[in-house]
Design a binder for this molecule. Structure first.
Ligand SMILES: [Zn+2]
Length: 224
C-alpha cells in the first residue's frame, strides 16, 4: 500500500493511521508523514505550560479537541477547532503587529486570573491559518461551567474595552448558555445572544450575584 500523503510504498503492518480528530484521521501513512510536527493547532490547558499539539496526523489532546481545514479559496483558509468535551466561550483573531494585540493580551491575563479564582477549567486553542500573520485564539471551558464563564468573559471584556468597534471582535453565548439565561430571566424576553449580552450589560456588576441567586432559586423550585 502507499502513504496517503507522499505516495511512498509502505507495508500494511508498518502503516500508521492518522489520529482521531486530525485532518488525516484514519488515513494510512508512512512513519515520516505521521510524525510530521507542524501544528495545525496548539492547545494549552488552564495553568499548564505544556502545549499539546494537533498536527496533520497526531492529536496530543487525545480527542478533547478536533481540527479540520476550512478553505476560503483553493489557496487560503484556516484550521477550525471543535470539541465535544468543552464549550467555546470566546473567539479572537490574533493579528501579529496589530493594535488589538495589547488589548487581547490584557483580556487573556484577566480572564485566566478570574477563571482560576472561580475554579473554572479552561483550554486555550491557537489555530493556524494560511496567513502567517494571523491565528485564531479560541477560549474553551468545561461544558457545565459555560454560563458562569460566559458572564466572567463579559465582565472582563467591559474592563478591557473589548467591544470597542476599533478592535476586531466576536461575542459568543453558546446555545446551552443562552437557553439557560432565557429560563432564568423569563421577564426579559431574551431571544438572541445580543439580548443576553445586553442584559448582562444592564445588570452590570450585579450580574454575577443576580445569576447565582436565580440559579439557587431555580434549583430550589425543581426540587419541590
Ligand atoms: Zn508519507
Amino acid at each position: 500500500m502507499k502513504c496517503y500523503v507522499c505516495d511512498k510504498k509502505i507495508r500494511k503492518s508498518k502503516a500508521y493511521l492518522g489520529d482521531e480528530g486530525t485532518p488525516l484521521e484514519g488515513k494510512s501513512l508512512c512513519e515520516d508523514c505521521y510524525s510530521e510536527d507542524e501544528p495545525c493547532a496548539t492547545v494549552i490547558y488552564s495553568k499548564e505550560d505544556t502545549p499539546y499539539i494537533i498536527s496533520g496526523a497526531r492529536n496530543e489532546t487525545e480527542g478533547d479537541f478536533r481540527v479540520r481545514w476550512h478553505s476560503t479559496d483553493p489557496w487560503r483558509g484556516y484550521y477550525e477547532a471543535s470539541s465535544q468535551k468543552y464549550s467555546l466561550v470566546n473567539t479572537a483573531e490574533l493579528l501579529a503587529y496589530h493594535e488589538s494585540e495589547k488589548m487581547l493580551k490584557n483580556f487573556d491575563d484577566k480572564i485566566r486570573e478570574l477563571f482560576d479564582e472561580h475554579e473554572i477549567e479552561y483550554a486555550r486553542v491557537f489555530a493556524r491559518s494560511s496567513n502567517v500573520f494571523y491565528q485564531n485564539y479560541d477560549l474553551y471551558v468545561r461544558k457545565d461551567q459555560v454560563l458562569l464563564a460566559g458572564l466572567l468573559a463579559t465582565k472582563v471584556k467591559r474592563e478591557v474595552d473589548y467591544d470597542n468597534p476599533k478592535w476586531y471582535r466576536n461575542i459568543v453565548f453558546d446555545e446551552t448558555a443562552l437557553q439557560k439565561l432565557i429560563e432564568l430571566f423569563p421577564e426579559k424576553g431574551i431571544k438572541t445572544d445580543y439580548d443576553a449580552a445586553k442584559l448582562v450589560e444592564e445588570l452590570g456588576d450585579n450580574a454575577l450575584d443576580e445569576l447565582q441567586r436565580r440559579l439557587k432559586e431555580n434549583r430550589g423550585a425543581s426540587n419541590k
